[in-house]
Design a protein around this ligand. Sequence first.
Ligand code: PMP
Length: 431
Amino acid sequence: MNHDRSHDLFSRAQALLPGGVNSPVRAFKSVGGEPFFVERADGPCLYDVDGNRYIDYVGSWGPMIVGHNHPEVRAAVERAIGNGLSYGAPCAAEVTMAERITRLVPSCEMVRMVNSGTEATLSAIRLARGATGRMKIVKFEGCYHGHGDSFLVKAGSGALTFGVPTSPGVPKSLADLTLTLPYNDFDAATALFEQEGGEIAGLIIEPVVGNANCLPPREGYLQHLRELCTRHGALLIFDEVMTGFRVALGGAQARYGVAPDLSTFGKIIGGGMPVGAYGGRRELMSQIAPAGPIYQAGTLSGNPVAMAAGLAMLDLVSEPGFHDRLEATTHALCDGLEAAARAAGVPFTTTRVGAMFGLFFTDAPTVDTYAQAVACDTAAFNRFFHAMLERGVFLAPSAFEAGFVSSAHDEAAIGATLEAARAAFLEVADA
Ligand code: PMP
């Protein structure tokens, strides 16, 4: 594969953008090598500036659940653009979006639109603190909730990938208010709440962790957290930025039957535009300005073009059978990858939840804790990543990110991916 034009762009970018990118994991730092620069995207594929094609399992890190450049999403955006780009005054699409979210996710009786997942989680913990009058929050090792100061404590995603799970620049006094727990450990959560329960404003969790590879919750774990929060008067916050509308139409809370007090969303509800949202019980959300005293605002929030893209996306994912078909695709992909690894003699396993999956280079039959995820063979993952990329398959460029399938990943795309994987696993075995 030729990468001359990407290489040239990356050289120029490195002089002007920190690390050459506008978001860290894009830089390929942990897998080595240089990123490709995208010219266009369509269906399950990205096309780079050198004319190479990649079957894409990153999906813009989650939003592209119906594939890239979907004609209905594009048409909705084109219609919206004809009416102007931003109003700074209310528009009908915001009401439709709120109606849609509250219908699909019943624990959200009211919502507020924002512009990113980071804004959604920042706002949700401000609300949790404001509503309870308590200041401590609980998060889980390896979970990523955006780059808000309170969350960059033992964080996942790029923070974990680059070995700075707790970032310089986060005031110690604030970091001290963030308590961390090991995910899927029942007793640790019970013990922490027994000790600190009276001071905890809220517990925030990715109900399926997608930022430390992909870790599904153990049976009853989310229920256990629900009970602890209720017993100790803390708010349970599900960060469904990745899982929302993906692991089920109603998100992880529908899939596992646990209702949080607050939820945060992003990615899919923006259809690829910069969007986030948070929502929850009416009595809590009514405390947000201007209905109540807890302040949160946004110049571009509820942007008409972004609402149009998100609504078109939600229409598509609401079609009967959509999530079942995606889940079948994930299984076909992961079963095929496991078979290819076995044939090559490479210790490897996968996790799958709906349209999310995890790839683990390990002897363990399954992986569902952060400690297990970080103990996997990242060098083997990196070799596999490059062997796949060379064969036109783009996986997340880090061993600590979930993969995503979309409805555009048809049999041909999965077949081509598995063919690449059979050769790539042999390369890993030979190394
Ligand atoms: N929460 C989760 C679970 C995420 O995966 C992410 C981003 N990957 C965020 C929050 C932050 O979203 P954004 O990048 O849109 O700020």
